[in-house]
Design a protein around this ligand. Sequence first.
Ligand SMILES: CC1=C(CCC(=O)O)c2cc3nc(cc4[nH]c(cc5[nH]c(cc1n2)c(C)c5CCC(=O)O)c(CCC(=O)O)c4C)C(CCC(=O)O)=C3C
Ligand SMILES: [Fe+2]
Length: 395
Amino acid sequence: MCKAYLVTIRGDTKPSIIVVGQNGLVTYDAFLLLSFGGPEGPDDVIPFLENVTRGRGVPPERLAEVAEHYRHFGGVSPINDQCRALLAALDGRLDLPIYWGNRNWHPMLADTLEKMRGDGVRRAIAFVTSPYGGYSSCRQYWEDIAKAREAVGDGAPEIDKIRHYHDHPGFIEPFADGVRAAMTPGARLVFTAHSIPTTMDTHAGPGAGAVWTEEGRERSDRTDEGRPYPEGPGARARGGERQQQSAGGFRYSNQLKETARLVAEAAGVAEWDLVWQSRSGPPSVPWLEPDVNDHLDALAKEGVTAVVAAPIGFISDHLEVIWDLDNEAAETAAGLGIDWRRAPTPGVDPRFVDLVVELVAERVSGAPRRKLGEIPVWDACPAVGCCTIPRRTHG
Ligand SMILES: CC1=C(CCC(=O)O)c2cc3nc(cc4[nH]c(cc5[nH]c(cc1n2)c(C)c5CCC(=O)O)c(CCC(=O)O)c4C)C(CCC(=O)O)=C3C
Ligand SMILES: [Fe+2]
């Protein structure tokens, strides 16, 4: 016996019907892999970059620079084959038909939802290829879903998004193995993640989102989130210092600090840094710092001669990993006489593939929630003001 409820899902314009099974769980009839997308050839590069940066105020010079990074790889982003590999690894593992849609390049999410509607899919559970909260890594995907559903119109499938998994053992353990294998005595462990504008971080998660009430008065929805995350012994996480003075937000940098701490603990490494990479904004707009290249400079001055980098901001070897780290940062390190090693990303490590299967099971059959950290996670956005930011990231 099933019950139907009328609910409003975050980001959706219309209320939708949720079918809840006997056990009180929502019933899904499809699985959706939701990713960033990337060009698949030289002609795709510019239109892809235009999709990524529409309405964000990214200057043409920055686009030309990033286009050049893609051209080093024949205009092909590695992210698509990584999605295909994950889909192949999931084949036969889920009791649901599997679909794939992207934010910025084909297969575009709206086309996928159209196909799903044609196949009779009513409600799907989506796995997003970013483990973290924040505007770019979470809320923007909710917005993409809402926009794609609107484009498809009547009968577009309802989409729920799987929770953040930054502290799931299936994400932590592959990184920890890679770090353990790469560490040498005296090497410094340096975690990296995509930099974001500091305002995006101060507004990440519930707590910092000021919302307008019906009376038109501004108020803040505050929860436990928003307090500075305690740093582990020996840890020197950089960036996001302003959280000491503020009561809200910081879900992105706080989750990254937690991931870093968990990976370091699992790998048995006492001293580590968390720094940022792939910044794209102008100097006039503050983004999370220090940049990994500046940090290498500082480490060289401290006398560090070996670095192990672990790109915990990414689930697989995105362009940011193979260009910004494996080329740019590696070159910086070489110039400073630093021995540079990079730990692998999870990719299709069997534990990471199991993580996807497990997170689906969590939602469809109430399997226990496995998480190693203390920062709470939710199945849906908990607050109206979650991760709101100014649209323009470049001033
Ligand atoms: C937090 C975060 C993630 C992790 C979460 C997630 O995975 O979603 C991420 C992932 C990715 N970012 C990617 C590529 C790009 N990001 C850009 C621009 C930006 N990223 C930002 C943040 C993030 N980005 C921000 C604040 C901007 C400024 C403009 C804006 O506010 O949107 C630009 C425009 C040029 C530039 O400005 O650099 C490109 C081309 C690719 C594909 C890589 C591949 O092809 O393998 C992936 C996985
Ligand atoms: Fe990005």
